[in-house]
Ligand binder design. Structure first.
Ligand code: CA
Length: 225
């Protein structure tokens, strides 16, 4: 059974989200402030964290940074939750590296779609477990990426983007296809953050950054070898 941690100080929302997740067959843990939220996530290593941004003790961004700094929680996908509906806040959340973002009020159905999309993504696609392409090597089970044999820390979003492009190397991939593959749908916010993710990905690729090409008017492409 997959475990999901809800970090949310508003107990009626935490209970509602928990109720829906339990009904869908998940094991649910709850924390009601940022400090205990980070502690529980690191100790229990849930499959997913649903993280409210406005929290007592330590805010959601602080909790998120702490999870990403610690080896035990670095790979746990996070869906950020907030009352702030501003586009800039949503972009900030995604650019911080959150796997997805949900604005209150949301419907239980919307929540479940996001949860399932994020968990499916972090499970990794089926098929061959290891893929080697030029300097790239992907371990799809462990979600690890190696560049010239050296491990490089990619977020689950960066991993998914680069894998998708590499599996289709030599062919330009449309922005909307990339968005749908990685986030399950495409919209204006995600379209803007796609470019940020690609930029950060290229930085991590260092001298091999040019293998990820921008294809004007279409999207992105991993070069042919
Ligand atoms: Ca709150």
């Amino acid at each position: 059974m997959q475990k999901i941690l809800i970090v949310e100080d508003e107990r009626d929302i935490a209970d509602l989200v928990g109720f829906n997740l339990e009904r869908a067959g998940f094991q649910v843990m709850k924390a009601h402030d940022g400090i205990s939220g980070a502690e529980v996530a690191i100790r229990e290593r849930p499959d997913l964290v649903i993280l409210d941004l406005m929290l007592p003790g330590k805010d959601g961004y602080g909790v998120f940074k702490e999870l990403r700094r610690d080896d035990r929680s670095r790979d746990i996908p996070v869906i950020m939750l907030t009352a702030r509906a501003q586009t800039e806040d949503r972009i900030q959340g995604l650019e911080a590296g959150a796997d997805d973002y949900l604005t209150k009020p949301f419907s239980p159905k919307e929540l479940m779609l996001r949860v399932q999309a994020v968990l499916k993504r972090s499970d990794g696609p089926p098929g061959q477990v290891e893929i080697t392409y030029g300097p790239f090597r992907f371990d799809k089970n462990a979600l690890k990426f190696y560049l010239d044999g050296e491990p490089v820390e990619l977020t689950s979003t960066e991993f998914k983007l680069l894998l998708f492009l590499t599996e289709r190397a030599g062919k330009a991939q449309d922005r909307n296809d990339l968005l749908r593959t990685v986030w399950g749908y495409s919209d204006e916010v995600h379209s803007r953050t796609l470019d940020t993710h690609m930029k950060r990905l290229r930085q991590k690729l260092g001298e091999h950054a040019a293998m990820v090409e921008t294809v004007r008017g279409i999207g992105y492409c991993v070069s042919s070898l």
